[in-house]
Design a protein around this ligand. Structure first.
Ligand code: PLP
Length: 417
């Protein structure tokens, strides 16, 4: 079906020709040379030619990331930008996109593994661990990797004793101003500050809080006031704002802002699209049609017969399923682009495939490019249809999906030749 498909896009080449794959297999799996930037050497057949195990690919555009960092920086004004890159940079691959985050003043990460990876890759700016130390041995490692730590409970104040003598950590004291997840109640702050004052392992202190509903504005003002009341007189740097607060509540900027989702080109709001916010998608999840057919009026399709055609309908089968990270609960009608034309999914998503309506795309055939999300098909719209948020979809792209770090370039949308 894909015999001889060597698509010479304006960029790397790939093939899905099974014989070529078979011939190249040894080389493909044992060569560590010749991988274009961003392509796992696992998929390289020959220098410049790599194999996609299936047509699905996640394309990452670091220039879009750099652009979005610029949008965050403009909104931050004088505040510094701590780019939230936990969860493997929201599923984009932390090291893959590190250079796209170079315009930020630091990174907010989840754990020491992420901190070690960015330090080993040469990142020298501020690194913050958003949940701080989990156990005693983390203290020495945080010091070794120069990671600042959130301290959100008494146990973590105690863990600071485990920092090796002579070394000091930057500490972010987290206040719970209403989210009721992590952090000290404001009434505990004086005691915590006493415990940290003159502490031999503490280099400096930043005050921090996190909003519960910055995306719809509920309680932001109340949380802000609780924070201000607690911070009054302490003269410490503050960090409060996630993407939503940064974009809608300038009064919550503080000294360091912590944007996450907006950097990856998705909207934190239900009532504003990423494009309206001036953001560009960083990830495009795309695949191809691997089969087409016409279902007759009255026929049902897919597992559970979730969709029944009310008229003869041409449909396409896409190489993408829930084992790739596409949400299984995405219902009929979830937006998808086929050959550059907007259409919808039909029926239940299965493990490796999903079905699309080809009624608006009469020229689509086997090999036609399908954009599951990203370029011209916002992840937020797909998420909304599936009853979730863009964050979850981006973070859930499965390890089996090949990733190519390259700008999304204009490619032939039609059937492969
Ligand atoms: C403590 C903290 N700050 C900032 C962020 C970034 O939030 P967003 O991705 O909504 O900008 C997160 C993300 O969950 C977070 O947990």
């Amino acid at each position: 079906m894909f015999r001889g498909t060597i698509a010479a896009a304006r960029g790397p080449l790939y093939t899905t020709n099974p014989r070529r794959v078979a011939r190249g297999r040894l080389k493909a799996y044992h060569s560590r040379a010749g991988a274009p930037p961003g392509v796992s050497p696992r998929f390289v057949l020959y220098p410049g030619i790599f194999v996609m195990p299936r047509p699905i690919v996640a394309r990452i555009d670091p220039s879009a990331l750099a652009h979005n960092v610029g949008v965050a920086r403009a909104a931050a004004q004088d505040a510094r930008v701590l780019a939230v890159a936990k969860a493997n940079a929201y599923g984009h691959g932390l090291l893959r996109v590190l250079h796209g985050l170079a315009g930020a003043d630091g990174l907010a990460l989840l754990d020491l593994d992420e901190a070690a990876r960015v330090r080993d890759a040469g990142f020298r700016k501020r690194v913050v661990l958003l949940e701080g130390l989990f156990e005693s041995r983390d203290a020495a490692a945080a010091a070794r990797y120069g990671a600042d730590v959130v301290v959100h409970c008494r146990e973590q104040v105690d863990l600071l004793r485990e920092v090796p003598a002579g070394q000091r950590l930057g500490v972010l004291v987290k206040l719970d101003t209403g989210l009721n997840r992590l952090g000290f109640p404001p009434s505990d702050l004086p005691g915590v500050m006493d415990a940290l004052a003159g502490h031999p392992s503490v280099r400096d202190v930043t005050l921090m809080t996190h909003f519960a509903c910055a995306d719809d504005g509920r309680d932001v003002e109340a949380q802000l006031q609780r924070f201000r009341a607690s911070a009054a007189g302490l003269r410490l740097p503050a960090t409060l704002a996630n993407s939503a607060a940064l974009l809608r509540y300038p009064e919550a900027r503080g000294d360091w802002v912590r944007p996450g989702i907006m950097l990856y080109g998705a909207s934190p709001f239900a009532d504003a699209t990423a494009r309206e916010l001036g953001l560009r998608p960083v990830m495009t999840l795309e695949s191809r049609l691997i089969s087409t057919r016409t279902v007759r009026a009255g026929d049902s399709l897919g597992y559970g017969f979730q969709f029944t055609a009310d008229r003869d309908t041409r449909v396409g089968i896409v190489a993408c399923g829930y084992a790739d990270g596409y949400p299984r609960h995405a219902p009929t009608g979830t937006p998808v682009r086929v050959g550059g034309i907007s259409t919808r999914t039909l029926g239940r998503v299965s493990m490796d495939m999903l079905t699309v309506d080809l009624s608006p795309c009469p020229d689509a055939g086997v090999g036609t490019r399908v954009v599951l999300w990203g370029d011209d098909n916002p992840v937020d719209a797909v998420a909304r249809a599936a009853g979730t948020i863009g964050y979850e979809l981006l973070c859930a792209v499965a390890p089996r999906v090949p990733v190519v770090v390259a700008p999304v370039v204009a490619r032939a949308e039609g059937p492969a030749t």
